[in-house]
Write a protein that binds this ligand. Sequence first.
Ligand SMILES: C[S@@+](CC[C@H](N)C(=O)[O-])C[C@H]1O[C@@H](n2cnc3c(N)ncnc32)[C@H](O)[C@@H]1O
Length: 293
Amino acid sequence: MKLLTFLGFKKKMDEHKDPWRYISVRLKEYYTEPGMPTKDDIKITKKYATLALKEPKDRKVLILGATPRLRDLFYKLGCKVTVCDINKEMIMANTLLMKENNKDEKRVVANWLKMPFPKNHFDMVTGDLLIPNIPHKDRKKFYSEIKRVLKQGGYFLTRLAILTEGWKRDPVDKLIDFYVKRGYKKCRDQEMFCHILHQSFNPKTKMVDSMNVMKLLKKYWDGKQFRHKDKGMEKMLNRGHELWKPYDKKWSYNTEKDLRNELKKFFMIIRDNLRAKDHTMAEGYVNFLMKTK
Ligand SMILES: C[S@@+](CC[C@H](N)C(=O)[O-])C[C@H]1O[C@@H](n2cnc3c(N)ncnc32)[C@H](O)[C@@H]1O
C-alpha cells in the first residue's frame, strides 16, 4: 500500500478518492469520453431528468463529482445546482472545462458519505460513474446519504459501470487489434482503457485496477514507453499512460445482477432502457433513473 507524505505526517493513500487529485491536472488533455458522459449520454440524461422533474426550472439538483457536461446541462434546464466533490482540485479543473457560466452554482468540498446538506432537500441527485468510486463496504452508507438529502419521492440519476450478464474476459490482444482497426482518434484511448479496465475485474475482490491494466499491456511496454507497430495504437497506449500513471487508481465494480440487487434495496429503478450509440462501452456504462423507495 502506497503512502502519502505531507509535512512529515504519513497518511495511508485512499485508492478510490486520492488519485483524482493529480488526475485533475491532466483532465483537459487526457480525460475524455466515455470516461466522461458522451453527447449521447447527455441526451439520455436530459430525457430522464425531464421525465422525472417535469418542470425542471428552479428544481434543486445535487451533482456529485464536478462533471462539466452535467453541470452545463442542469444549468441550461434552469435548475438550482449544487456540486459536491471531496477534491477541490477536481472542482476547479472541471469548472474551467464548462461551456456555461453558472454564477449561482454552489460548490461544496465534502465526502459523499457525510454531506453537509439538510435532509429532504434536493429534488434530484445525479453524477457520472459514481458508484465504482465507493468501496463495497461503504455502499450502504452512500445510498443512505443520498436518500437522506433527497426529498420524499426524489430521484437518483446516474450512469453505472456494470459487467453485463454473461461477461467474460476477452484476450487483450484481441481488443488491441479491434482498436487498431477502428483507427486513432482522440478519446479512443480512453474508450480502449475503459474496455481493458473491465478485463481487469477480479471476481474475488470485486475490483478493477489501473495497475492490472498496465500488467495486461506489459508486452507493449519497453521500460520507458509503449511500443506498437501501428503508430495510432502506440499513441493511444501512451496517452492512456499519461493519464493513469502511476497506476494507483482502483474502482469497486459489480456484475449487472449484483448491482441491480444492491440498488433495489434503496431505490426503485424507473428507466434504464436507453443506450448511447456513440461509444463501444454503452452496454457497460448504462444510465439509470431511480426514485427513492
Ligand atoms: C464522479 S467520479 C468519475 C468522473 C466522471 N466520470 C466525470 O466525467 O467527471 C470522479 C469524482 O468523484 C470524486 N469522488 C470520489 N469519491 C468521492 C467521495 N467519497 N466523496 C466525494 N467525492 C468523491 C473525485 O474527487 C472525482 O472528482
